[in-house]
Write a protein that binds this ligand. Structure first.
Ligand SMILES: *[C@@H]1O[C@H](CO)[C@@H](O)[C@H](O)[C@H]1NC(C)=O
Ligand SMILES: *[C@@H]1O[C@H](CO)[C@@H](O)[C@H](O)[C@H]1NC(C)=O
Ligand SMILES: *[C@@H]1O[C@H](CO)[C@@H](O)[C@H](O)[C@H]1NC(C)=O
Length: 540
C-alpha cells in the first residue's frame, strides 16, 4: 500500500470516525432564513400543520383586536377581527378563520382521521372542544363545542393515544387528566404528581412534557421530574429521578423537550429516549417580575425512559435558552430554535433574544452534538412557535410578550410575520444525493407491520445502508412545546436498483399504535442525512 493511500484512509477515518453513517453537513454556521410574510395579521401563538399542507394558527380572543379584519364586516362578540388564520404553505397565502370562545394557552392534536381536535383555553373557552376538518376550497372553519371538556384546561398538554382518543393532562389548577372523546361518565382522573410538582405561586408544572412510551404508558415530565403513567388504570408505574441541579424546566420556566427518534423498530425491546433542553432557573420567574432577568439554563438532560434504572445525562448547549422550541427534523436531528437567553416566560418577562438556532445530533458522541446555525433578525420571544413542513423547512411565527397587540414603545413588538428556516440539508449542493419520491404520489395508506415500497430517484452515488424511511408526525405547537411530536426511523429492508437513477426501497411499518399512534405522518426518505420532500401517509 502506498503511503499516500494510507494517509487518505487516515483522513477518511478522522473525518468519519465520530459519525459512522452520516455525511457531515459542514460549514461553520448552517441554514438559511427567509421572510415569508411580513404580516399575517394574527400572532401565531399556536400552530398545527394539517394533512393538506395548511397550518392553522391562532392566539387569544380576549385581548383586543388583531391586525386582520373578518370578511364581509363580520364581528365576533369582542371585536371584528380574526384571531385565527389558515396559512397555505404551497401558495404562501392565508385567510382568516373564526374562532370565538377564548383559545388562549390551549392544546390539541390531529385525530386518526386527520381532523384537528383542539381543547381548552381560558375563561369561557376553558371547557371548549373545537374541530377543524381540513379542506382545500377555503370553506372550512372552526366548529366549537362549549362544554366538551369535563374540566377547564388552560396550559394543558395533549397526546394522541393508540386507541385513537386524546388524553389531556393538567392545566392550571387541574391536577388530573381526561380523555376526548370521553368513554366514561366521570371523565377526570386524579394525578397527584401534578400537585407535587406545582411550586406555590409559580406553578412550573404547566404544559407538562408528555410522550407516549413504546410500552403504551405515558411519560409525563413536569417541573424537574417525571413519571410513567398507566393512564388506563390511573397508576404510576415508574418514577424517574429529578434532573440534576433541581431547576424547573416546564412552564413558566419553559424549556422544551422531545422524544428522540425511535429506531431499530424490529428489535424485541425498543429503546425510547427523552431530551429536555433549556429553561429558566429556580426563582427566575419571580425575579423577572422585579426587573431582574436571570440567565437562562444552558443545559440539556437526556434519559432512556425504557431503561430499568434510568438516569439523566447532562450536556451543555452552545448558549443558554428559555422559551426555545425543539423540533425533530426529517433526518432525526433536533433543531433548537426561538427563545431568549434571560428572564422567564410570561408577559414582558423575557430578555436577550437568541437569534441563532442550534442543531443537536443525537447519534454523535457527547461533545460533538451541537452546532450553532445562522441567526434570524427577528426576536421570537414569549408566544412564538415553529413547525416542520413537508418540504423540510421549519416554519417560524408568533412572539407577543404583551397582553394586547403592541407595536411601539416596547422592547419586543408583537410579531405578525412568518419566516422559514431552511436547514443545511436543503442546500442545492446536496441535490445529487437527495432522494426524490416518485411513487407513491403524495398520499398512501399504510398498515401496521406491513411493508411499504417507495420508488425514489437519486442522481448521485447511493449508499444503500444510509437510506432510511422516516415518519414524522404533525405537531401541535405552543409555549415552546410540540405535542405529539414523534419520529419513527424505519430504516430500509431492501434497496433495489432499477436503473436510470431509480431505486425501489422496501421498509416495514411500525408494529403497533404504542410505537406510532394511528393517523397521518409525513414520510421522508433520508439518504446520508439528506431528506426528500415528504409524502403524507395514513397509518392504520
Ligand atoms: C397593525 O395595526 C396597527 C394599527 O392599525 C398598525 O399601527 C400596525 O402597523 C400594524 N402592524 C402590522 C405589522 O401590520
Ligand atoms: C368544500 O369542500 C368540502 C369537502 O372538503 C365540501 O364538503 C364542501 O361542500 C365544499 N364547499 C364549497 C363551498 O365548495
Ligand atoms: C361560548 O361560551 C358561552 C358560555 O359558555 C356559550 O354559551 C357559547 O355557546 C359559546 N360559543 C361558542 C361559539 O362555542
Amino acid at each position: 500500500m502506498s503511503s499516500t493511500f494510507i494517509f487518505l484512509i487516515l483522513v477518511f477515518q478522522l473525518l468519519f470516525a465520530s459519525q459512522p453513517c452520516h455525511r457531515i453537513l459542514t460549514t461553520a454556521a448552517g441554514g438559511k432564513w427567509k421572510l415569508l410574510q411580513k404580516s399575517i395579521g394574527v400572532s401565531a401563538m399556536h400552530m398545527q400543520l394539517l394533512r393538506n399542507d395548511r397550518v392553522v394558527m391562532f392566539d387569544t380572543t380576549r385581548f383586543g383586536a388583531s391586525n386582520l379584519s373578518l370578511p364581509n364586516g363580520k364581528c365576533l362578540k369582542n371585536d371584528c377581527t380574526a384571531h385565527s388564520v389558515e396559512y397555505n404553505v404551497l401558495s404562501n397565502k392565508f385567510r382568516p378563520l373564526t374562532v370565538q370562545n377564548d383559545t388562549w394557552c390551549s392544546s390539541g392534536a390531529i385525530m386518526p382521521d386527520g381532523n384537528f381536535l383542539q381543547t381548552g383555553g381560558s375563561v369561557e373557552g376553558g371547557r371548549s372542544v373545537r374541530l377543524i376538518t381540513p379542506c382545500n376550497n377555503n370553506s372550512c372553519d372552526w366548529q366549537e363545542f362549549p362544554n366538551g371538556l369535563a374540566a377547564p384546561r388552560w396550559y394543558a398538554s395533549n397526546h394522541i393515544l393508540p386507541d385513537g382518543r386524546q388524553i389531556i393532562v393538567g392545566g392550571r389548577g387541574q391536577f388530573n387528566y381526561e380523555f376526548i372523546p370521553k368513554n366514561v361518565a366521570a371523565n377526570t382522573f386524579n394525578l397527584p404528581f401534578l400537585s407535587e410538582t406545582n411550586d406555590r405561586g409559580v406553578e412550573n408544572n404547566l404544559y407538562p412534557f408528555t410522550f407516549l412510551n413504546v410500552d403504551g404508558n405515558l411519560f409525563i415530565f413536569a417541573n424537574n421530574r417525571a413519571i410513567l403513567l398507566d393512564y388506563a388504570n390511573n397508576k404510576v408505574v415508574k418514577t424517574y429521578p429529578a434532573i440534576p441541579g433541581g431547576d424547573p424546566r416546564s412552564y413558566p420556566s419553559t424549556g422544551s423537550a422531545v422524544l428522540l427518534p425511535l429506531k431499530n423498530l424490529k428489535a424485541a425491546a425498543i429503546q425510547a429516549e427523552v431530551l429536555v433542553c433549556g429553561g429558566a432557573p429556580k426563582g427566575s420567574f419571580q425575579q423577572s417580575l422585579r426587573n431582574n432577568f436571570l440567565p437562562a439554563l444552558n443545559t440539556c438532560a437526556r434519559i432512556t425512559i425504557t431503561d430499568p434504572n434510568p438516569q439523566w445525562v447532562m450536556e451543555t448547549m452552545p448558549m443558554a435558552r428559555v422559551m426555545g422550541d425543539m423540533k425533530l427534523l426529517p433526518n432525526g436531528q433536533v433543531l433548537l430554535i426561538n427563545g431568549a437567553s434571560s428572564g422567564s416566560a410570561g408577559w414582558e418577562q423575557g430578555r436577550d433574544p437568541v437569534l441563532s438556532p442550534v442543531l443537536y445530533r443525537p447519534d454523535n458522541a457527547v461533545g460533538s452534538r451541537f452546532e450553532t446555525q445562522n441567526p434570524t433578525t427577528i426576536p421570537r420571544m414569549y408566544h412564538s412557535t415553529a413547525t416542520l413542513l413537508r418540504d423540510g423547512r421549519v416554519l417560524v411565527g408568533g412572539s407577543n410578550p404583551h397582553a394586547f397587540y403592541t407595536f411601539t414603545r416596547v422592547l419586543f413588538p408583537t410579531e405578525l410575520s412568518l419566516e422559514a428556516f431552511s436547514p443545511d440539508y436543503l442546500d442545492a449542493s446536496f441535490d445529487d444525493i437527495r432522494p426524490t419520491i416518485v411513487a407513491p404520489k403524495l398520499k398512501a395508506a399504510v398498515r401496521y407491520r406491513k411493508k411499504i415500497t417507495i420508488q425514489v430517484k437519486i442522481s448521485g452515488t447511493v449508499v444503500e445502508n444510509m437510506i432510511s424511511v422516516n415518519l414524522v408526525s404533525p405537531t401541535f405547537t405552543t409555549h415552546s412545546f410540540s405535542m405529539n411530536q414523534r419520529l419513527l426511523a424505519l430504516g430500509n429492508d431492501k434497496v433495489t436498483v432499477l436503473g436510470n437513477s431509480m431505486y425501489k426501497i422496501d421498509a416495514t411499518m411500525p408494529s403497533s399504535g404504542n410505537i406510532a399512534p394511528s393517523g397521518f405522518y409525513l414520510l421522508f426518505v433520508v439518504h446520508q442525512d439528506i431528506p426528500s420532500q415528504a409524502i403524507w401517509v395514513k397509518l392504520h
